[in-house]
Design a protein around this ligand. Structure first.
Ligand code: NAI
Length: 263
């Protein structure tokens, strides 16, 4: 009998754009995608930070595996340049991972100018950029019939913390835009899914003292630990497989069970 299964679990040869790829979850995603045979555009702030990750990947997989684009995702023109660079260097885009994010304090009692600045920046980076990049990349993502978009939100979209109003609002917004684009883009052969990471050891959580991390994890996370960036990247990869062809509009926590715990 011929094999029953038809769908591939390989991303070999796929062309991926990963934002925020110089650190943490984005860096782990860029590495994992290259490890699995994709060609990756590493997009982030800072020429040196971008070049460092590109070099790491090239050292393992050769020069064709990665290219870098320095890009502030809050700037529409720089997003246009990012998509253009991906097309020029790799001839298109198959996989888009909207991962770049900032976590800036925003509370009811903050000085007004600080609140306004942080609110605007958080919306620009964490939310508006996702929508803009999806729109800009769509003509390319639609070409293969297997286009994949993964948006990185947060468990802060589900349960939240005092003093993070802008962050929580943007992450809930990412859940919303994921669902709407998933409904709209399905007919173009593009899936749109969202991951809500729980506490992960990255640049964003670096300043939290180790003892506080462990106390938090023991109290809140059924697996009793922080996650590693790779554990989020592996879920992103799963959603990008050709085999994930019927997963669309899913909101998937990668949080060690944190958000299903009652107390
Ligand atoms: P990270 O700080 O290690 O990496 C974030 C990257 O995004 C950095 O390299 C940063 O330069 C980049 N970035 C920030 N603003 C940018 C901009 N305007 N343009 C381009 N790049 C920009 O943090 P992490 O944790 O890897 O963050 C990745 C995503 O995961 C973020 O969206 C974050 O909100 C989300 N997340 C992280 C969690 C954690 O516990 N670390 C939990 C839940 C969600």
């Amino acid at each position: 009998m011929a094999r029953l299964t038809e769908r591939s679990r390989s991303i070999t040869g796929k062309r991926a754009v990963v934002t925020g790829a110089a650190s943490g979850i984005g860096r782990a995603t860029a590495h994992l995608f290259a490890d699995e045979g994709a060609r990756v555009v590493v997009a982030d702030l800072g020429d040196d930070r971008v070049a460092a990750v590109v070099e790491e990947i090239r050292a393992v997989h050769g020069d064709a595996a990665a290219t870098g684009v320095t890009c502030d995702v809050a700037d529409h023109a720089q997003l246009r340049a990012l998509v253009q660079a991906a097309d020029e260097r790799f001839g298109g885009i198959d996989l888009l991972v909207n991962n770049a994010g900032v976590s800036l304090p925003s509370s009811a009692f903050q000085p007004e100018d600080e609140f306004e600045t942080n609110w605007a920046r958080t919306l620009d980076v964490n939310l508006t950029a996702h929508a803009r990049l999806i729109r800009l990349a769509m003509p390319y993502l639609a070409q293969s019939g297997e286009g994949r978009i993964v948006n990185i939100a947060s468990t802060e979209a589900i349960v939240t913390t005092a003093g993070l109003a802008a962050y929580a609002a943007t992450k809930a917004g990412v859940v919303g835009l994921t669902k709407s684009f998933a409904v709209e883009l399905g007919r173009h052969g593009v899936t749109v899914n969202c991951i809500c990471p729980g506490p992960i050891r990255t640049g964003m959580t670096d300043e939290i003292p180790e003892e506080s991390k462990q106390t938090y994890a023991r109290r809140r996370v059924p697996l009793r630990r922080y996650g590693d960036p790779e554990e989020v990247a592996q879920m992103t990869l799963s959603l990008c497989l050709p085999a994930a062809s019927f997963v669309n509009g899913a909101i998937i926590p990668v949080d060690g069970g944190m958000t299903i715990r009652h107390t």
